[in-house]
Design a binder for this molecule. Structure first.
Ligand code: PLP
Ligand code: COI
Length: 331
């Protein structure tokens, strides 16, 4: 099952009728029966989100900045010409799924969490290339451990000549097609013994864009935390949070700007960040046959501090900035 530790019993489904969402309900049925002519199968009209529920030391179950997933899923739906999700439906589905599967939320202290996967697909017979008339919104979940093997240990990555998204394409939204495009370069990297792929900007292939299904960030020799500015990367909630923590908790300067691959030695530390990846330190990047190692190849001190802060906030051991943590009352 890869990243998932096991399957859970309950999921949530809501459907549109005449462009309006119904209130939806929980089900134990893992299978979705939809028309063979559905847009999602042929034209990729589908998108997803990813967020986690954490069990804190005091037993509270919390979500990390879910309001940002809500904003991002609706940006994606606009891009796919699909109906937006009402706030109440988006959150109700997640809350119901977490509550119904409460026995599968990993205990505090194991470094695990309940990964929640909301998604929307265009469904119903539709042979011409145009938006679907009908849609499904569903949420399922699975307890998970770490996405990249090894927990907080630094891993090897390699750049690719392939792109996952184009300059004015769909890189900024979490649509299914971006991930389909990433499977082949990922496979090449895995076959060559790397943990994953570094994508370069699709326009010039001279700047670092993303790290597989995670964002890239790095620390310069004078301790500025830098992350790429690009029109083809997903605006990561984890990255936004890391920049805030670097600035407000560690007192460091931050910059969102171009990261030229030929100038990679300006960084002493680098990492991948995302809901699944959390913070995964990058030991080295191989580009055009040359391997660049960051520092001594071990987990850098700033990255370690950011990791400890982020994890501390997820699990309630460090006070979170206002509004970052949303409790789900299990009752
Ligand atoms: N980039 C891509 C392509 C992703 O799939 C993800 C995962 O959601 C991220 C970055 C990280 O985003 P976030 O921190 O919001 O999970
Ligand atoms: C996430 O971090 O939520 C992702 O989308 C990564 C992934 C498992 C596709």
């Amino acid at each position: 099952m890869g990243y998932a530790l096991k399957e859970t019993k309950y999921r949530f489904r809501a459907w549109t009728k005449d462009g309006k969402w119904n209130i939806g309900s929980l089900t134990t049925d893992k299978n979705i029966t939809i028309h063979e002519g559905s847009n999602v199968f042929h034209y990729g009209q589908g998108l997803f989100e990813g967020l986690k529920a954490y069990k804190q030391k005091n037993g509270k179950i919390v979500l990390f900045r879910p309001d940002m997933n809500f904003i991002r899923i609706n940006q994606g739906l606009d891009r796919l010409v699909a109906p937006r999700l009402p706030e109440k439906l988006f959150f109700n589905a997640i809350t119901e799924v977490v509550k119904a599967n409460k026995d599968d939320i990993p205990e505090y202290g194991k470094g695990q969490s309940l990964y929640i996967r909301p998604f929307v697909i265009g469904q119903g017979m539709n042979l011409g290339v145009k938006p679907s008339d009908d849609y499904l919104y569903s949420v399922f979940c699975a307890p998970v451990g770490t996405y990249f093997k090894g927990g907080l240990s630094a891993l090897e990555f390699i750049t690719t000549d392939y792109d996952r998204a184009s300059t004015n394409g769909t890189g900024q939204v979490k649509v299914a097609g971006n991930y389909a495009a990433s499977l082949y370069p990922r496979q090449l990297a895995k076959d060559a013994g790397y943990a994953g792929v570094i994508y370069l900007d699709p326009g010039t292939h001279s700047k670092i864009d993303e790290v597989g299904a995670a964002n890239f960030f790095a620390v310069t020799h004078d301790n500025v935390v830098v992350t790429p500015k690009s029109s083809s990367i997903l605006p990561s909630i984890t990255r936004k949070s890391i920049l805030y923590l670097a600035e407000h908790y560690l007192g460091l300067k931050t910059e969102e700007r171009e990261c030229f691959i030929d100038n990679i030695s300006e960084f002493k530390e680098a990492g991948a960040c995302g809901t699944a990846a959390i913070i995964t330190p990058i030991k080295a990047i191989t580009h055009k046959g040359l391997r660049h190692q960051f520092g001594d190849g071990e987990v850098g001190t700033t990255i370690k501090k950011l990791y400890d802060l982020l994890i501390g906030i997820y699990y309630g051991d460090i006070e979170a900035p206002e509004g970052w943590i949303k409790e789900i009352k299990i009752d």
